[in-house]
Design a protein around this ligand. Structure first.
Ligand code: FES
Length: 142
């Protein structure tokens, strides 16, 4: 369900790319959004050395200037997602004790082992997935 006020803000944001950026930044805290204009090619970006991310842990990184998180699942698989909450854009954090991604703003919980599906709202949809693979012992964005 979407509130009337939020619907109006969303409409305004869709009408202007600048407004959409401001909306995401407004809830994202002190994070920088200015890094999106970095030059250079970036077909494959190294996120971390696999050996430095033990099972059941995570590392933060940025994807196109936005917060993201790489998780080494207890099953051994590596997965990565946008860390921008699908509710109102706060940055989610990996919770080592549960293995979930948790939003500090309104308590949404995502399951990184199952496509970052929403375990608890108000988030309306899963976190966007960031494809990664292991290359020569490093986790790289595909
Ligand atoms: S912004 Fe994440 S739950 Fe509201």
């Amino acid at each position: 369900m979407i509130s009337r006020g939020r619907f109006i803000r969303l409409g305004a944001a869709l009408g202007s790319g600048a407004a959409a950026g401001a909306l995401l930044t407004a809830c994202g805290g002190a994070g920088s959004s200015a890094g999106a204009q970095k030059g250079g090619s970036s077909t494959k970006k190294t996120i971390a050395k696999a050996a430095n991310v033990p099972p059941g842990s995570a590392v933060k990184f940025t994807d196109a200037g936005q917060p993201a998180v790489l998780i080494h699942l207890k099953s051994g698989r590596f997965v990565a997602y946008s860390a921008v909450c699908t509710h109102m854009g706060c940055t989610v954090a990996y919770q080592k004790s549960s293995g979930d991604l948790v939003c500090p703003c309104h308590g949404s919980i995502y399951d990184p082992a199952h496509g970052a599906k929403v375990l608890r709202g108000p988030a309306p949809r899963p976190l966007p997935k960031i494809p990664v693979k292991i290359e020569r012992g490093e986790i790289v964005e595909v």
